[in-house]
Write a protein that binds this ligand. Structure first.
Ligand code: UDP
Ligand code: MG
Length: 326
C-alpha cells in the first residue's frame, strides 16, 4: 500500500477506502453499515481487495447523532469502520473531498466514493476493482437509466448536460459521485486549490486512463434527500460558472447586438425627422429602455457571479476543518 501501483500485478488486491459523506444520516446508517460490512468482507475473502481496506465515513457536521453512531461502529469493528468529523457542515462536495484526501494521506491504493443511502448499487464494487486492477485510474459509475427519477429531475439534468456540452465543459453523463479513483488521480486532485469545488467537472479534467461501470440506481431507504431544489440549483450554477467564461462572452455578444439595434433606431429617427415625420414612437422608446436595462442588469449579474468567485478564492479559506478522526 501507499506506493503508486502501475502494472497489473502490482495493482492486484488493492487497499480500497470506501469514502462516504454523511449529513444527518442517523436513520440510514444502521441500514447501510451491515450491508457494507457483508459486501466488503465478501470482497476480502475473494481476495479482490486487501485486508486493510476500510470504510471511511465523513460526518459533514451532522446535528442528529450521526457521529456518535459512527463512533459506535468504530468500537464494534475498528479495522473496518473509520471516520472523520468535520467541524461544520460544508456540503457534500467538500465532505467528499475531505474523505478522499484523508484516504490519500492514510495510504489507500484507491478510493471508491458513494452516498450513505446506498442508492448506488454496491454490487458493482467488484467491477470497479477489476477495472482498476486492469489499469484504469478512474472508474466512473454511470446509471443505466433514469426511470426512477421524477420527470422534473430527469429534465433538469438533461438541460444541465446540454448546457455543459455547449460551454465545452467535460462532464460524464448520468454519473454522480459514485466512482473509483486511484492514488495517482487523488494526488492530482489534491493539487486543485479552488474553494468552490465541483468534482464532477474537475475529475474528468485530470485525464488518466478511465473506465465506466454501469448500474441501476435505487431509491433512498430512510431519511430524506439532502439535496432539495435550492441546493440543486446552486450546484448547477457552481458547475457552470466554475468551468467556463462562455456566459461572459454571451453577454458581450448580446451587448453588441443591442448597440447595433440602438444605432439602427437612431438612423431611423434621423431619417423620419428629415422627412418631416413627427416621431411618435413612445412605445418603442419604452421598449428599448426596458430591453437595454434588462440586458445591463443581466450582464452585471453574470459578471458579479465571477467577481464573487474571485473574492472567495482570494480569501484562501480552508475548504474543510477536520475535528476528530477515529
Ligand atoms: N451530504 C453531505 N453534506 C450535505 C448534504 C448531503 O455530506 O450537506 C451527503 C448525504 O449524507 C449523502 C450524500 O451526500 O450521503 C448525497 O445526499 P442525498 O442522498 O441526500 O442526495 P440525493 O441522492 O437526493 O441527490
Ligand atoms: Mg441519495
Amino acid at each position: 500500500m501507499a506506493a503508486q501501483r502501475t502494472s497489473v500485478e502490482q495493482r492486484q488486491q488493492p487497499t480500497i477506502f470506501f469514502v462516504i459523506p454523511c449529513y444527518n444520516e442517523i436513520e440510514q446508517l444502521p441500514i447501510t453499515a451491515p450491508v457494507l460490512q457483508k459486501k466488503i468482507s465478501a470482497l476480502k475473502s475473494s481476495h479482490l481487495i486487501a485486508e486493510d481496506s476500510r470504510v471511511l465515513f465523513v460526518d459533514d457536521g451532522s446535528k442528529d447523532g450521526t457521529w456518535q453512531y459512527i463512533r459506535q461502529l468504530n468500537k464494534t469493528d475498528a479495522s473496518l469502520f473509520h471516520g472523520v468529523k468535520l467541524a461544520h457542515n460544508r456540503g457534500h462536495q467538500n465532505a467528499l473531498l475531505a474523505g478522499l484526501m484523508t484516504a490519500l494521506s492514510q495510504g489507500c491504493d484507491a478510493a471508491i466514493s458513494l452516498d450513505a443511502d446506498l442508492q448506488d448499487d454496491i454490487n458493482v464494487f467488484d467491477e470497479f476493482v477489476k477495472q482498476y486492477v486492469s489499469g484504469a485510474e478512474i472508474v466512473y459509475g454511470v446509471r443505466s437509466s433514469r426511470n426512477k427519477d421524477t420527470w422534473f429531475k430527469r429534465n433538469t439534468a438533461e438541460a444541465f448536460y446540454a448546457l455543459n456540452a455547449w460551454m465545452g465543459a467535460e462532464t460524464i453523463r448520468d454519473h454522480a459521485d459514485y466512482r473509483l479513483m486511484g492514488r495517482a488521480a487523488l494526488q492530482a486532485l489534491s493539487e486543485y486549490g479552488e474553494v468552490n469545488l465541483f468534482l464532477r467537472g474537475i475529475v474528468p479534467e485530470l485525464g488518466f486512463s478511465t473506465a465506466v461501470v454501469t448500474y441501476e440506481r435505487g431509491e433512498r431507504e430512510a431519511g430524506e434527500s439532502k439535496y432539495p431544489l435550492k441546493k440543486m440549483i446552486s450546484f448547477a450554477v457552481e458547475g457552470i460558472t466554475s468551468f467556463s467564461v462562455k456566459p461572459l462572452h454571451f453577454v458581450t455578444g448580446m451587448g453588441m447586438l443591442s448597440i447595433l439595434v440602438g444605432i439602427g433606431m437612431f438612423i431611423y429617427v434621423i431619417v423620419s425627422w428629415a422627412n418631416n415625420n413627427v416621431v411618435s414612437g413612445w412605445g418603442s422608446i419604452m421598449c428599448s429602455l426596458w430591453l437595454i436595462g434588462g440586458l445591463l442588469m443581466l450582464s452585471m449579474g453574470i459578471i458579479g457571479e465571477y467577481v464573487g468567485k474571485i473574492y472567495l478564492e482570494a480569501k484562501h479559506r480552508p475548504r474543510y476543518v477536520i475535528e476528530t478522526e477515529i
